[in-house]
Write a protein that binds this ligand. Sequence first.
Ligand code: BTN
Length: 254
Amino acid sequence: MQNNTFSALFVGQNIVKLSKVDSTNNYLKNLLSNYAPLAEGTVIMADHQFAGRGQQGNTWQSTKGKNLTISIYLTPTFLPVSGQFHLSKAISLAIIDYLTPLLGEDCKIKWPNDIYVENNKLGGLLIENTIAGGKLKSSIIGIGLNVNQTKFDDLNHANSIKNILGKELDLQILLKELCGRIEKRYLQLKDDKTEILHIDYLGKLFRMNEMADFIVRGDQVSGKIVNVSIDGALLVDVNGEIKSFNFKEIAFVL
Ligand code: BTN
């Protein structure tokens, strides 16, 4: 039975399907820099992304035809630059909203926006914003989600929906449902419901309020994640002192 509850009105209404591309984020960036008129919510979807980009200059590997590799064009012009982490929260929550009914409550967001099930990474985001006059002008939301791939390099702590669920998913159906979830969270953001987004984000945060080990400047540190600041820094209680970490300053011990 079709679930229309999360049908999207604009996210995914225009889908550009590519059989092969270096990176869907690069492709969308090129379209925008050539002033192509694009409807907000346009999705670029690749069957084979051969030079996918991840965070921190990493590569994103995805077996041809098996996974979701997409970039979505959004224009969150209502968001001040200082609030751009809210967009990251909204999108990662939307992916969790989609995955939880399928895979259960173990679906979590590993700060800042990795998608984890138990100790394994199912997906990640590469969000690239342009800014004008202190506000966001456009946003390329790159999403990589491991769906039907079954073999991964052991060192990467990666997994897929198929490995957990034991069955393949249709990528087109998945995309449609995910677009509905993304639109819902994006409209929550547009409606200034950032407090709800923040509470929901903390509620789904991997190792939130748990004693855990981290690597900070080469040393192992034990602490408890207690919050995430408005600008996205991770706040960790280390021996009773709240320390703030930006991206790249702290790593989880998995
Ligand atoms: C990460 O966890 O490091 C982020 C991975 C983001 C990968 C996606 S796949 C679609 C889009 N195009 C890219 O080149 N990267 C993102």
